[in-house]
Design a protein around this ligand. Structure first.
Ligand code: ADP
Ligand code: MG
Length: 358
């Protein structure tokens, strides 16, 4: 049985320090929801509150309609996977996975069946008798995953489960987790500081900073329409350019690097703003074709695309990406280029960066 997880004004303080502040959120039944944010922003604290390891200072967490604040950890039927595997070193793979079932007094035959089925799901069949020391990091994490799901948890919590794996294994394991989660339909709350991992794996993401949820949305929306400059900076790469909204012949225009681009805003705003622009939305042209110009300072070829650092007239350096499949000529250091910016490919924030204007 899977539940929706509701957070209503959830807070956690350590002394005077506000680790988690006023979280309001519904993680839908069967969803893979990721809490994403830099180290120290309160992700683990919030996860431990769901698990019952940290008391909830104020507010409520509920599974569907049932408030769980006062239900002890061992009665919450939660599966957990941690960064450091936390599998028992003195037990075989089989016994590690069987542990939670034995504790629930399930019959031996049923335990055999469920452990074997679950080990097959994580592609660990045939390794039942190994001890954890005889397994690679990736295999140990598969055992940890099997142990968490074999109990058929109502909610699965994962705290940076891939951090200790090398890059290739991380990609492989995140695919395993996503497929398994989808096929089992377990409501899953996944914690990471790795934005690429979050984009790849999640149905929705909650971006956290300083104990506060900054934005809750699908990966695509968070990338395309970040709610503030923190999110724009943390997810993917953004160029930030100081610019100004002005009125020009009755239209609102963005004055950016001495170019005027008409823009349509959510609400009226005149004055200094921060424009953020993804490197793939900085379009390079011949230098004669554009009033906006720069000079290439660094070329980094990355296989499927090339990243350029471009020095603008105002002394600022911005990044531009060109995809190999779209490239006509290779550009070189010292080349003068024109730059084209489209109003529907930028994000605009108020001067302090906290409000999205577009
Ligand atoms: N038991 C604790 N006592 C005091 N401060 C804590 C405790 N646990 C976490 N913190 C603080 O709360 C903040 C959030 O920590 P944490 O939730 O572990 O962050 P994250 O998982 O996002 O890296 C950090 O500043 C951390 O030092
Ligand atoms: Mg943490």
């Amino acid at each position: 049985m899977s539940f929706a997880v509701n957070f209503n004004q959830v807070c956690k303080n350590f002394g005077d320090f506000k680790a988690v502040q006023n979280i309001n959120l519904t993680v839908k039944k069967g969803e893979l929801f990721t809490l994403l944010g830099p180290s120290g922003c309160g992700k683990t604290t919030l996860l431990r509150m769901i698990a019952g390891f940290n008391p909830i200072d104020s507010g409520e967490i509920s599974f569907d309609d049932k408030v769980i604040n006062n239900i002890p950890a061992h009665k919450r039927n939660i599966g957990m996977v941690f960064q450091n595997y936390a599998i028992f070193p003195h037990m075989t793979v089989f016994d590690n996975v069987a542990y939670g079932l034995k504790a629930r007094g399930i019959s031996k035959d049923e335990i055999n069946k469920r452990v074997n089925e679950t080990l097959a799901m994580v592609r660990m069949e045939g390794l039942e008798d190994r001890s954890p020391q005889q397994l690679s990091g990736g295999q140990q994490q598969r055992v940890a995953l099997a142990r968490a799901i074999v109990i058929e948890p109502d909610v699965l919590l994962m705290d940076e489960p891939l951090s200790n794996l090398d890059a290739k294994l991380r990609v492989e394991m995140r695919t395993t987790i996503k497929k398994l989660q989808e096929s089992l339909g377990i409501t899953t709350i996944y914690v990471t500081h790795d934005q690429e991992e979050a984009l790849a794996i999640s149905d929705r993401i909650g971006v956290m900073k300083g104990g506060i949820l900054q934005q809750i949305d699908t990966p695509e929306e968070i990338y395309r329409c970040p709610a503030n400059d923190f999110v724009a900076d943390f997810i993917g790469t953004s160029n930030f350019i100081e610019s100004e909204l002005i009125e020009s012949n009755g239209d609102i225009c963005l004055n950016i690097l001495d170019s005027e681009i008409p823009v349509v805003l959510k609400e009226e705003y005149i004055g200094k703003v921060r424009t953020s622009l993804r490197p793939e939305h900085v379009y390079l042209t011949d230098s004669e074709e554009s009033t906006l110009k720069g000079e290439i300072q660094l070329v980094t070829f990355l296989g499927d695309y090339t990243n350029y650092e471009i020095l603008l007239g105002n002394g600022q350096i911005i990044q531009a990406n060109e995809y190999t499949k779209d490239m006509i000529d290779f550009r070189s250091v010292g080349d003068k280029v024109g730059i084209r910016i489209y109003s529907d490919r930028i994000n605009l924030f108020g001067e302090s960066g906290e409000v999205a204007l577009i």
